[in-house]
Ligand binder design. Structure first.
Ligand SMILES: [Zn+2]
Length: 219
């Protein structure tokens, strides 16, 4: 049977996944699918300045200086944030029987924001030590959000590979549904992760490598 093959780039679907101790923001997706592997991470690391005389003051000031306002309960506000988005690019191939995904690239776009203490000259050694420990723990916590997003992104890519439907618009709808579903899974996993770690305040209890497998979307 003669098969009519039509190649077509679908437009990039951008879906804001988000969260990670924080609010929604768009959009870190590349305008076009980047060359290279079909699963990639694009990451932006940012800091915001915090002016304070001591480490104790820094902890209070960081909550106010943070460019986001996310309550962690107990009257405390988050000082670190991870935003993740799934950027999906795919081509379809059309035959006389159906339209199906021919190739798909998923880019997990990640933005991590941490505080940066403008350390005064007269700072004490203990303050400096405490700050470094605090920042390392916070960075580790945000890394867990990154790991979760990447894990679900990889699963999403696999799920998109096999999408097929009578028409390409149905393929688009199904693919979109899978992206939305992955976004919800990430959002749920972020909430559970933040509960487990109390937003990083108990990060020593749950280190990234011992995260429950369900958090990472593993069966
Ligand atoms: Zn968190």
């Amino acid at each position: 049977m003669e098969r009519l093959i039509v190649w077509k780039w679908a437009t990039a679907m951008l879906v804001v996944a988000t969260v990670g101790c924080g609010a929604t923001r768009s959009s870190g997706c590349p305008a076009a699918p980047t060359k290279g592997p079909s699963f990639q991470t694009v990451r932006r690391d940012e800091t915001y300045p915090v002016v304070a005389a001591t480490f104790v003051d820094f902890r209070a000031a960081a909550q106010i200086a943070a460019p986001f306002r996310v309550s962690m309960g107990d009257g405390l506000y988050a000082t670190g944030r991870t935003i993740s988005e799934f950027c999906v690019y795919y081509t379809t191939v059309v035959s006389d029987v159906d339209c199906r995904v021919d190739s798909v690239t998923v880019v997990v776009s990640i933005g991590v924001t941490l505080p940066s203490w403008r350390i005064p000259v007269q700072v004490g050694d203990l303050d400096l030590l405490n700050y470094r420990k605090y920042l390392a723990a916070l960075a580790l916590h945000e890394e867990g959000h990154v790991r979760i997003a990447q894990s679900f992104g990889a699963k999403l890519r696999s799920a998109l590979e096999t999408v097929a439907a009578p028409t390409c618009s149905e393929v688009l709808a199904r693919a979109h549904g899978r992206v939305l579903s992955a976004r919800q899974q990430v959002a749920r996993a972020y909430v559970v992760y933040d509960e487990l770690t109390r937003h990083g305040r108990q990060q020593h209890v749950v280190d990234i490598d011992s995260l429950p497998k369900t958090l990472l979307g593993s069966d």
